[in-house]
Design a binder for this molecule. Structure first.
Ligand code: TYD
Length: 210
């Protein structure tokens, strides 16, 4: 592959993104593909520090605007320091969440609207994933899966109504960008979910190699 690929995973909390990301990265390695994995918020030393501030349950007074800007700041660093150089070197970058999370959580659920898109265009310089896997699961089921996940971070502590709004946001994004966003039914066994992801991924690699 001459140019690398940038692939993101999205979905409500508890959709199983981390499991699918791990399965896809194992699969890539078994095929000898040059891949690298990262996550949001985080992925660089600076972005991980920003992550701690964002998710700290103590930061109850954080305003919605501050939250959106911190996610965008973390992303700006990740894109400049890591994603853009890796793609330029021909690597496949798998990212746990990206701009769509800010659209779903901050623009829709926090009701901040279009401004969120604007700050993210600034933050990323327009870098967007080549493909996004949206793991589609009802937010209530996602929360059930997360029950044993230990102490809840600031976002996980939000009401179910907030997570419903996030989910509606994701569905809108998928409707608006059907070419980029692949909807995957995530309410199944992990192996079955992965079969669909693998099929789409193989197709994408084939296109990229042509
Ligand atoms: P994380 O522990 O990575 O959650 P998950 O395993 O569900 O991905 O925490 C990230 C949280 O931040 C998650 O609740 C989603 C939220 N988030 C936003 O609200 N906006 C964003 O732009 C991003 C990247 C994440």
């Amino acid at each position: 592959m001459k140019k690398g690929l940038f692939i993101s995973f999205e979905g409500p909390d508890g959709a199983g993104k981390s499991t699918q990301l791990a399965m896809l990265s194992d699969y890539c390695r078994s095929r000898g593909l040059d891949i690298t994995v990262t996550r949001e918020p985080g992925g660089t030393a600076i972005s991980e520090k920003i992550r701690q501030i964002i998710l700290d349950p103590e930061n109850k007074e954080m305003s919605a605007g501050c939250e959106a800007l911190l996610y965008a700041a973390s992303r700006a660093q990740l894109v400049d320091e890591f994603i853009r150089p890796a793609v330029a070197e021909g690597k496949i970058v798998l990212c746990d969440r990206f701009v769509d999370s800010s659209i779903a959580y901050q623009a829709y659920a926090r009701k901040l609207g279009e401004g969120v898109r604007t700050i993210n265009i600034f933050a990323t310089g327009g870098t967007m994933p080549d493909r996004t896997f949206f793991l589609n699961i009802d937010p209530e089921k996602g929360r059930e899966r997360n029950v044993d996940a230990g102490k809840k971070d600031r976002m996980e502590q939000e009401e179910l109504s907030f997570h419903r709004a996030v989910y509606e946001g994701y569905k809108r994004i998928a409707e608006m960008e059907p070419e980029r966003v692949i909807v995957i039914d995530a309410d199944r066994r992990a192996e079955r979910v992965f079969e669909d992801i693998k099929r789409e991924f193989d197709r994408l690699i084939e296109e990229a190699e042509q």
